[in-house]
Design a binder for this molecule. Structure first.
Ligand code: NIG
Ligand code: FE
Length: 410
């Protein structure tokens, strides 16, 4: 029986029995922080928490590990609701090309980008891909992430997509955090189908989805709805085929252009709509009448030097907002959600409270983990993060690039 008592916590964050599953609009500014608190865990289950003043006598165990968290904050570990953490190789050469003036779209048009990752992935075996991804997920956990979504989308062939999804399934089985799998076969048209888009959509729907269903390889279906990638109509067809086998939509929309994908994805019951670097009134209206979680990816905006999603406009519309890393080798080679927290505050003018809600409860909602993740409450077992000694909660966003994580309790 592993018993842990964390005492003298400077601030116990997002702990309570009445914290909502999602905070929207002005509620996003609300954040529960209990000062001078304790937290008691038994076999990683939360069995008590409260003010240090009320602590004496509550815990009288033997064999208890006592951790003194003087000067430290304790929070639910962050949730990364959008990643492409399974990939073959990094793409620094494209990064250097962009420094020399090429755009992300120009690089993609000459066979780089997602197609470059697909070529590299085709050359690796499932085991090689798994080993590389496993090391990455271990680092992700150490950075303070306590649940993860991972997409396919660098296979772009039957073999490649299934290889990726089987790797994600193995990670789900073997890694000590919750992982959700998303089928993103519609990430780009592969070279062989450049002139035969119908053929690729048929391949996704008729050949990949049945195997995904049979082997239970995915929770969600995603489409990159964007000019030169998949149109709104194509997205609709692919999402509907996924829905028919029990996958729920989570989509890439409005990264560069507004095509009407937000409204369509919302109509189809999208759990989240992600990117939204561009957004208009129609999109906001559609989101207001939905439960879809708008999700911004400021790491991608930073790395590609494209506009940041307009967090203030989304929050002012009374909507909830989640943040995620979009960790991938092309547009956001960063998985540190502390960096995302800082970018959200500096570049999107979110307050630290809003950004912490966006990375905890709202991110949990974006991967349907609200019942287990995103807050600290009695009986819960999800990962918990303890910071180093820091002067305030805002310091997490302020001191960007500093390593704030002292320990993660899985
Ligand atoms: O979310 N936008 C589409 N897909 C990824 C980038 C993929 C890549 O360049 O490898 C994204 O940014
Ligand atoms: Fe993405």
């Amino acid at each position: 029986m592993a018993k842990i008592l964390i005492k003298n916590i400077k601030g116990l964050v997002q702990a309570g029995e009445n914290i909502p599953a999602v905070r929207k609009g002005s509620q996003m500014q609300e954040l529960d922080v209990m000062e001078d608190a304790y937290l008691a865990l038994e076999d990683s289950e939360v069995i008590g928490y409260g003010l240090m003043n009320d602590w004496e006598g509550i815990i009288d165990w033997r064999d208890v590990e006592i951790i003194d968290a003087e000067g430290c904050f304790v929070l639910p570990a962050f949730i990364d609701s959008h990643t492409h953490a399974v990939f073959a190789k990094t793409r620094e050469e494209e990064f250097v090309d962009r420094i020399h003036g090429l755009s992300y779209e120009e690089i993609a048009a000459k066979g780089g980008g997602i197609l470059n990752s697909a070529r590299k992935l085709a050359a690796l075996s499932e085991d090689e891909l798994y080993e590389a991804a496993k090391i990455r997920v271990e680092k992700i956990i150490q950075s303070g992430t306590g649940a993860l979504e991972i997409k396919s989308g660098y296979g772009l062939s039957r073999e490649g997509e299934l290889k990726m999804l089987r790797v994600i399934k193995r990670l789900k089985e073997n890694m000590p955090i919750s992982i959700k799998a998303t089928f993103l076969g519609a990430h780009a048209y592969p070279v062989a189908f450049k002139e035969n888009k119908r053929g690729y959509i048929d391949l996704l729907i008729d050949e990949m989805l049945p195997i995904i269903q049979k082997e239970n390889l995915a929770d969600y279906i995603d489409v990159f709805c964007e000019r030169n990638y998949f149109s709104v109509d194509e997205m609709e067809e692919i999402l509907k085929a996924g829905i028919a086998i029990g996958l729920k939509p989570k989509v890439h929309v409005n990264q560069f252009n507004i095509l009407g994908g937000v409204k369509k994805a919302v109509e189809l019951g999208a759990i989240s709509v992600d990117h939204l670097e561009e957004i208009d009134e129609q999109d906001l209206e559609a989101l207001k009448n939905s439960t879809s979680i708008p999700t911004l990816l400021p790491g991608c905006s930073h790395f590609l030097s494209i506009p940041y999603g307009d967090a203030r406009r989304i929050i002012s519309a009374g909507l909830p907002l989640a943040l995620a890393s979009d960790f991938n080798p092309g547009s956001s080679p960063n998985y540190h959600l502390m960096t995302i927290l800082s970018l959200a505050c500096v570049k999107q003018k979110m307050t630290p409270e809003e950004a912490i809600n966006a990375l905890t409860i709202n991110a949990a909602a974006a991967v349907e983990l609200s019942d287990t993740h995103g807050k600290i409450a009695l009986g819960r077992r999800s990962p918990i993060l303890m910071t180093k000694e820091i002067p305030s909660l805002a310091y997490l966003a302020y001191a960007f690039g500093e390593d704030h994580v002292q320990r993660i309790f899985l």
